[in-house]
Write a protein that binds this ligand. Sequence first.
Ligand code: MN
Length: 385
Amino acid sequence: MDFNRRQFIAGASIAGLSSNALANPASTDVAIAPAPARKPYRTIAVEEAFATPEQFDAMKKLIESGGDYDLEVRAWAAHVADPGNRRLAVLLDMDGERLAEMDRVGLDMQVLSLTSPGVQAFDADTAVAVAEIANDRLAEVCRRHPGRFAGLASIAPQAPERAAKEIERAMTTLGLNGIIVNSHTGGEYLDAPKFAPILEAAAATGAAIYIHPRLPPKEMAQFFTPAKDQGKLENGQSLSKSFTTLMGFTAETLLHGTRLLVAGAFDRYPNLKIVLGHMGEGLPFLSWKLDSGYEIFAPTGLKRKPSEYLRENFVFSTSGFFSPSNAKFILEECGPQSLMFGVDYPYYSMEDGMKFLSGLELESSAIERISHLNAESVFKIARQE
Ligand code: MN
């Protein structure tokens, strides 16, 4: 019996089954510590959230100031007001439960980024300060746990020139791996001319920009809110769940990515890489349609077909979107370099993400690309072995 269980455990690890199943065996006659479900290939998850005490302190100050603050901070208000809040504890934890769970499910590395909206709801000076401290903390945790964490630096788009300097510092002095931008900043998008220093610095340093969803500007939110919930929005209550949990995050982030493409950002910065999570926020699915529009109407003045930018300037991740058919579609439409594994921890579970990755019915070369090779390339993560 014991021998058979051990055989089962060894086989299960190779098959990539979650160790959770192993921790709760049907038979309880012997106690065997659950073996980590090691994968035969490295596993890197690229959209994994953390937070800093300074970020939450700045949110608290904003809330206490009583002004007409950002919808997203409003959504966080109940969390940051409660010091015992579980969500905050998980986001602030770097060394305990997070690493233990990575070990348990066999996830080698998380690429960390400050949880949405990062610093983008703050005034410029606060945003710059909170971003710098967060980046220092991020670099420190990457050094403390070599091979387990990489990091995307936060910047304050509110102050484009200072943001450009921070990109430079993050990518050189701190040795971080890219940039996170939580979509709009005060209702403005990165294609606006004022943000050119940010795109320029990213292209110059080879920093991929991960455009992460956030709640929309208030003006947009009203159109994504069903009539029955409009009153809640006007009364300043949390935005209707219909925006966040259905298609609202995706719609707003898709808009951002498409704006950059149509604005010719990749003609100006041919090396610029934009990363979109959640299976590309719908953008890969529009590839044929974008080309068709370009052929028929040709109003854009772009140098290339939209699908070419999708293949060469965009990379997508599986964060919070564990659909094998969507993964296969992206590989077919945009190519094997276009997809990276992501979980969206702690908002989605590492275990569910790892089950999805293990269950992908693809050639091993494609699995390796998704699991680590593309992330190593896009985010300049040192290869192993
Ligand atoms: Mn996320």
